[in-house]
Design a protein around this ligand. Structure first.
Ligand code: FAD
Length: 426
C-alpha cells in the first residue's frame, strides 16, 4: 500500500490498490472486481475528489491515439493523456485546443471533469470543448454518449467530477493550429479597474495577478499572431525571486507587505514573445500553493477582488501569494459554475507551507456574497444545500448518477457528503 498525495500536498490517501492498466480489457477487469473506484489524472485538484482507501486507477499508460474527424473540427483523444501530450500530438497534425489554462500536466479527463478553464471573455471552459465521451461503467462495459446519443448522460458527464464512470476517450472541438503573442506589463490596479471593458475587449485572452499588498498588477494578454521564426521558449513569470519572497514571508510575516511591493517594483519591464499556442498557454508553476477560486458575474469580479484585498489589508493577514483574475464565457452545462452566467474568475492562493484555511473561509464569504460559485477542484466549503441552491440542475445530475451507478462504485466520502448521496434531499 503506497501513499498518494495531490499536487499541493494537502490531500493524502492510502489506496488499497493503485493500478495503471495498459489495455481497456485490463481496466474493465479492475473495475468489475473493485468495490469502490476513483480515477486520478495528474492529481492537481485541491479538493479530495480523487481521495480513496480502495482502488485508485490512473489511465496515464492506457493504450490510445487521437482520431481526427474528416472535417478536422473534432478529435477523439485518450482521456488519460496530459494536456501537454495531447496538445503536442494535435500540433503535429496542424491543430490546437481552443483555449487552455495556466498549466498543462492535467489529464484531459481531469480538466473536463472539473470545469478547468483558461481566460477569455468569449471562451468557455475545457468542459465546453468536450462533445462526446466513451465511458466505462461500473460493470466494466463501455458506452458512448454525445449530444444525440444518451443526451442526459452526456449533459451530466460534461462536468461530472468523475461520478458517472471512467472516461476512456473524449471527443473535443479543435481549431487549426495557431500562434499566440504574449505581452506582460505592470499596471496600476486602479487603471485596470477603470479601463476594464476596453482592456478585456482588446485581446482574445486577458488576465492579471495582484498581490494583496501591492497597488500594481502583472497584466498579461495573449492574442493570435503570425509566427515569428523559431520559438525560443521562455516563461510568463520568473519564479526565482517570487520563491524567495514566499520563503521570507513565511518566516517573517510582518515583512510580507514590503516584500510584495518590492517584488512588484522589480517586475516593471514589459515583455513580449510569440510562439505556438500549445507552448505559450502553459507556464511552469513550481512553487506549491493552496487555492480557492470563485466564478462570479463579470460585473461583480472587480468589486469582490477589491473587497478581498481591503479585508486582507485591514486585518493584516499574512497572504504570500497573488490573486489571479480571469474571464470565462457562460455555458449551458448542468453542474458548471459558468452555467447561464458569464464569469469573472477570481483565484485566491496561499503559499502551501503557510496556514490557509481560516483566510480562505473569510475570503470565501466575500466571494459568495458577490454571487460566486466555486471551482469544484479548488478549496470551498459548500454544503449539499448550497449545491442545490447554486445549481438548479442538481437533481437531474444526481438522477443520472443514480441510474448509471446505483451502487455508488464511483462515489468517495467527499462527493457523497457534498451531494448528499444516499441521504434525503435537503
Ligand atoms: C498548479 C495548478 C494550476 C492550475 N491551473 C488551473 C487553471 O489554469 N484553470 C483551472 O480551471 N484550473 C486549474 N487548476 C486546477 C486543475 O486544472 C484541476 O484540479 C483539474 O481537475 C486537474 O486535472 P487532473 O488531471 O490533475 O485531475 P485530478 O485532480 O487527478 O482529478 C480531477 C477529477 O477528475 C476525475 N477524473 C480524472 N480522470 C478521470 C477519468 N478518466 N474518468 C473520470 N473521471 C476522471 C477525478 O476522479 C477527479 O474527480 C490548477 C491546479 C494546479 C495545481
Amino acid at each position: 500500500m503506497s501513499e498518494w498525495s495531490n499536487w499541493s500536498g494537502s490531500v493524502k490517501a492510502q489506496p488499497a490498490q493503485w493500478a495503471k492498466p495498459k489495455t481497456v480489457a485490463e481496466l474493465s477487469s479492475l473495475v468489475r472486481q473493485a468495490n469502490k473506484v476513483r480515477v486520478v489524472g495528474a492529481g492537481h485538484s485541491f479538493m479530495p475528489l480523487v481521495h480513496t482507501d480502495d482502488t485508485l486507477i490512473s489511465l496515464a499508460d492506457l493504450e490510445g491515439k487521437i482520431e481526427i474527424a474528416a472535417d478536422r473540427k473534432t478529435v477523439w483523444a485518450p482521456a488519460g493523456w496530459s494536456l501537454d501530450k495531447l496538445t503536442e500530438a494535435l500540433w503535429a497534425e496542424g491543430l490546437s485546443m481552443i483555449n487552455q489554462g495556466d498549466i498543462n500536466p492535467q489529464s484531459l479527463a481531469g480538466a473536463s471533469a472539473t470545469g478547468t478553464h483558461g481566460t477569455g471573455a468569449e471562451l468557455g471552459s475545457i468542459s465546453t470543448q468536450a462533445c462526446g465521451f466513451r465511458l466505462m461503467q461500473a460493470d466494466g462495459s463501455v458506452i458512448e454518449c454525445g449530444p444525440d446519443q444518451q443526451p442526459d448522460l452526456y449533459q451530466a458527464q460534461r462536468l461530472s467530477l468523475g461520478l458517472l464512470g471512467i472516461a476512456i476517450e473524449i471527443r473535443i472541438h479543435v481549431l487549426p493550429a495557431y500562434h499566440l503573442e504574449e505581452r506582460i506589463s505592470r499596471m496600476r490596479l486602479d487603471e485596470v479597474a477603470e479601463r476594464f471593458d476596453e482592456l478585456a475587449a482588446a485581446t482574445r485572452h486577458m488576465e492579471f495577478f495582484v498581490f494583496p499588498y501591492s497597488d500594481h498588477v502583472i497584466f498579461k494578454t495573449l492574442h493570435p499572431a503570425a509566427p515569428e521564426g523559431d520559438y525560443a521558449g521562455g516563461e510568463d513569470i520568473d519564479e526565482s525571486v517570487f520563491k524567495l519572497v514566499c520563503e521570507l514571508g513565511a518566516v517573517a510575516k510582518p515583512m510580507i507587505p514590503t516584500l510584495q511591493r518590492m517584488l512588484m517594483r522589480l517586475s516593471g519591464s514589459p515583455s513580449r514573445r510569440v510562439g505556438p499556442a500549445w507552448k505559450i498557454f502553459p507556464s511552469e508553476r513550481t512553487i506549491r500553493f493552496e487555492e480557492m477560486e470563485y466564478e462570479m458575474p463579470r460585473e461583480n469580479g472587480m468589486p469582490a477582488l477589491r473587497a478581498a484585498i481591503a479585508h486582507i489589508r485591514t486585518n493584516r493577514m499574512p497572504i504570500a501569494f497573488p490573486f489571479e483574475f480571469r474571464l470565462t464565457a457562460a455555458d449551458d452545462i448542468w453542474m458548471s459554475p459558468f452555467h447561464t452566467g458569464p464569469g469573472a474568475s477570481v483565484s485566491f492562493h496561499q503559499y502551501a507551507p503557510m496556514p490557509w484555511r481560516s483566510a480562505f473561509n473569510e475570503i470565501e464569504a466575500i466571494f459568495r456574497s458577490a454571487g460566486g460559485r466555486p471551482h469544484w477542484a479548488k478549496r470551498h466549503t459548500l454544503t449539499t444545500q448550497d449545491v442545490y441552491d447554486l445549481y438548479p440542475r442538481t437533481a437531474e445530475f444526481l438522477a443520472v448518477r443514480q441510474s448509471v451507478d446505483p451502487q455508488g462504485k464511483f462515489v468517495n466520502a467527499h462527493l457523497s457528503e457534498l451531494f448528499g448521496i444516499g441521504a434525503p434531499r435537503p
